[in-house]
Design a protein around this ligand. Structure first.
Ligand code: SAH
Length: 213
């Protein structure tokens, strides 16, 4: 990694601190993961700016602050099982993996799923990638300690809460055009509490899968 990108990465971490990211494990993960490898090369000079960027298949790599904020809300501990809905570029999954979580991630666009799976493997991340509709979660590997949804959900899918351990947390942006960041704490088998953490904008969470390459 060249010194210009290294410097830009350190400035980004400083900016995340200023914007209220205090979990040192999250900040350490941002130091480890090379965001410029998750975007197309012609955009590399923007890799460490705190902005979302377009990736292939008309999707988006979330703004670094949003990734850091959602991750911080999850209170990740080492070895926890984390389910991510919306693999996209793989960057959020890589951040979770760099915090020593066991990551299961699912993507509905087949082309993107394949490309990101290959990229994560090349970079030696031990992340379990799946192709499918995240509304159903990944029932084979439940229950999860934590669930993170990285697309804007129309509502809170009960199937996902079902796959959460008791005392587990789920962070999910909910809403149509803009989303409210909601954190669910599963308090009992059929009970949960909801907290709200401000407005964000995500690409929509869509039903079914898509196989255009
Ligand atoms: N976490 C990603 C963010 C990508 S944007 C990153 O770090 O880059 C959100 C992604 O969610 C898109 O790739 C979109 O295709 C995917 N998505 C939308 N609806 C989905 C669904 N029902 N199941 C799985 N993935 C979905």
């Amino acid at each position: 990694m060249n010194y210009i990108l290294k410097g830009a990465k350190q400035r980004l971490i400083f900016e995340l601190r200023e914007k209220g990211i205090t979990d040192e494990n999250v900040l350490a993960a941002f130091d480890k993961v090379e965001r410029h490898k998750f975007i197309e090369s012609f955009m590399q000079d923007k890799a460490y700016k705190d902005i979302p960027l377009k990736i292939k298949f008309n999707q988006t790599i979330s703004q670094p602050f949003t990734v850091a904020f959602q991750t911080q809300l999850l209170q990740i501990q080492k070895e926890e099982k984390v389910l991510e809905i919306g693999t996209g570029s793989g960057f959020q999954a890589a951040i979770l993996s760099a915090m020593d979580a066991k990551v299961y991630t699912i993507e509905r666009q087949e082309g993107l799923y394949k490309e990101t799976q290959k990229l994560l493997e090349e970079m030696d991340y031990k992340i379990f990638t799946f192709f499918g509709d995240g509304f159903n979660g990944i029932p084979q590997y439940e229950p999860y300690d934590k669930i993170i949804v990285t697309c804007g959900a129309p509502n809170i899918p009960l199937s996902l809460i079902h796959q959460l351990k008791i005392n587990g947390l789920m962070v999910i942006p909910v809403g149509e055009n803009t989303q409210k960041m909601i954190r669910i704490t599963k308090t009992a088998e059929n009970d949960f509490i909801e907290e709200e953490f401000g407005n964000f904008v995500f690409v929509p969470m869509l039903k079914n899968t898509k196989t255009i390459f």
